[in-house]
Design a protein around this ligand. Sequence first.
Ligand code: CTP
Ligand code: MG
Length: 229
Amino acid sequence: MALDRVAAIVVAAGSGTRLRASAPKALVRVGGKPLLLWAVEALTVGGVTELVVAAAAERIADFTQVLASQPVPARVVAGGASRGDSVRNALAALNATAAPPDVVLVHDAARPLVPPEVVARVIAAVQDGDVAVVPVIPVTDTVRQLAASGSTVVDRSILRAVQTPQGFRRDVLTAAYAAPAFANSTAVTDDATLVERLGYAVRLVEGSPSAMKVTTPHDLVMVSAMLEV
Ligand code: CTP
Ligand code: MG
């Protein structure tokens, strides 16, 4: 299988409660561009050739307009109540097309500065035969695990923090989201976990501190600063 067509699902339907901005988080501007466009640019430079963006239903027109300025085919669909619901809706839209792509990346719009090299690395790993690929970075903080009484330090050398974009064979991701036992799973915060529950191995590749997620106002300051260096 050639696996040469690569789509990305960009989840951008969250409310951005913790950022406390007046606009949806994905439309908040940094360095003169909405977070969404930074993310899309990194994906396309990294090798993605089509996009499905999940947005809040009442914002579909705004998102469509923002995406008009970028070069690859992009559709905007209504997201859902949880991140997983948003991925599921976007994946359904992708699967409904006449010739769906072989490889699907799932990326948070809230990670605007993911380096294109990370995107390319994820794509290459899927094309080389891994069905689920996750970028990770080492944990730099010392981590403590809470116990019933007190706490203990965890060996951080065996921990990795998970980022996006995560890459999948489209058929495998579709099967994971279709599995009835997981259909309403709210405890799942990433897509690879669903695929893993089907019994597939998850391959880790090197992520980047630049792929940090914008969650709080402080994160936005960090991202602005990163654009200046
Ligand atoms: N997301 C989504 N649909 C949802 C919830 C989240 O598409 N129902 C997306 C967000 O838009 C974001 C990514 O999933 O790009 C990661 O979520 P998070 O950082 O939590 O963003 P928000 O849910 O928007 O922020 P908050 O939790 O502070 O409200
Ligand atoms: Mg959220």
